[in-house]
Design a binder for this molecule. Structure first.
Ligand code: NZQ
Ligand code: ZN
Length: 393
């Protein structure tokens, strides 16, 4: 087992503008003369006035709109935006929304510039998995802190016909800038606030709960982010609590949870995400709800593999110092479940409408998408994944 950090490169060129009224700076952020296609989701940005603020800030630019990017953005919807962009001779994209709109826009940006069939940007049973060599420049205005898509180079796209949810990553799809106004979270309903806290929590866990490699800073940062999420989670999900300091901490914590800072040089897992995506493909469960339904079972089934880090998690995140190592681990797993429950998140598969009879389908999907050797050591076989689904029932 590795006992030191592995070599790494850390590259993150995203300019973050955090605070109040940052949308007003859009006009200066996008170069003069650019024709901007603004992308958004199902209409929340229209309903709550964000789109009007964006257009006002861009009054000196020529802008167009592409709305209708759905939660769990689909390939076919994004390809409609590609068509509009090319026909309208646009040259810049601006995503205004949550992770789905930003992810969709990353793919749109890559597909416009891609030489060949854009499906080949994806591997895992969809296309050839070819590298993205360039992309149209874009920025984002974040309306839902959860995914950190605003400060990373990953996009997750849903293929309805193929029944798949597949990601691609490329340094060419970092946003040029992201605007983070905590006040934009004031219109989020409780369900999305809880989703955001949970997604961020599981992102940190997947980069932390593996095996120790003496990544002292990575561990301390990860533990700090988890403690903040545990502390603020119950207040954040109160949709009427528009405390600025609270929402500012929520927004920045979610971004830091997956801007790759804590993952450099240390192992990562991502099996909870892998198993969760198949649930979303199966019945359209919200991304974060698929994660909280699976994570407790991952902790139980992979207890021996994650032993040292589970003990550390119990001690440093939950402050559990009494008892044997195993008692600490078991207490920490119970605390994790109680935390999810306290913010009304599901903690097992029946909570998200998955039955025992679905497990064969979920495991088959994992196989179709090349997820036969996942987790930090690549030793999570389909049989182990089946055991996790079974345990999560
Ligand atoms: O579509 P509209 O009408 O805008 O409504 C959205 C949507 O229904 C609504 N919403 C967003 N901001 C709002 C708001 N409602 C009121 N006020 C606001 N300020 O919230 C709903 C959910 O939005 P969505 O963007 O789907 O949520 P989220 O940010 O959780 O994104 C989830 C997607 O990101 C992917 C997930 O798989 C999923 O497809 N992920 C992306 C990652 C990445 N790029 O690194 C990593 C993650 O693990 C994740 O896989
Ligand atoms: Zn996630």
């Amino acid at each position: 087992m590795e006992k030191a950090m592995s070599d790494f490169v850390y590259y993150n060129p995203v300019k973050v503008l955090f605070g109040k009224n940052k949308i007003n700076e859009l006009g200066a952020l996008i170069p003069d003369g650019k024709k901007v296609l603004i992308t958004y989701g199902g209409g929340s940005v229209k309903r709550f006035g964000t789109l009007d603020r964006v257009k006002e800030a861009l009054h000196s630019h020529i802008v167009g709109e592409f709305g209708g990017i759905e939660a769990n953005p689909t390939y076919s919807t994004c390809m409609e935006a590609v068509k509009q962009f090319k026909e309208g001779r646009y040259d810049y994209l601006l995503a205004v929304g949550g992770g789905s709109v930003i992810d969709g826009t990353k793919f749109i940006a890559a597909a416009i510039a891609f030489d060949g069939d854009p499906k080949d940007i994806f591997g895992q049973g969809i296309g050839k998995g070819l590298p993205v060599e360039s992309a149209v420049p874009f920025g984002s205005v974040l309306t839902l802190p959860a995914t950190a898509s605003e400060m990373n180079e990953t996009s997750v796209i849903t293929f309805k016909e193929e029944k798949a949810k597949i990601s691609f990553s490329s340094k060419h799809v970092f946003p040029e800038f992201s605007i983070l106004e905590p006040e934009l979270t004031y219109t989020l309903p409780k369900r999305q606030l809880a989703n955001g806290i949970t997604d961020a929590f599981v992102h940190v866990i997947e980069q932390y709960l593996t095996y120790p490699v003496k990544g002292m800073v990575q561990d301390e940062f990860a533990e700090g982010l988890l403690r903040v999420l545990i502390e603020i989670g119950p207040d954040v999900v109160d949709e009427d609590n528009h405390d600025y300091a609270l929402r500012a901490n929520y927004m920045w914590t979610a971004t830091l949870a997956l801007n790759r800072l804590i993952s450099r040089g240390v192992p990562g897992d991502w099996s909870t995400h892998g198993l969760g995506h198949e649930i979303t493909v199966l019945n359209n469960t919200d991304h974060a709800r698929s994660l909280s339904a699976i994570l407790p079972a991952v902790m139980v089934v992979r207890k021996l593999k994650k032993w040292d880090k589970l003990v550390q998690y119990a001690e440093k995140v939950w402050g559990i110092t009494e008892g044997t190592e195993e008692a600490k681990i078991d207490a920490a797993i119970l605390k994790t479940v109680a935390f999810f429950k306290s913010i009304d998140m599901p903690t097992n598969l029946s909570d998200v409408g998955v039955e025992e009879a679905d497990i064969d389908t979920l495991v088959r999907q994992l196989k179709d998408h090349g997820n036969e050797a996942i987790s930090e050591r690549g030793d999570q076989t389909l049989d182990v994944s089946r055991e996790i689904y079974q345990k999560a029932l």
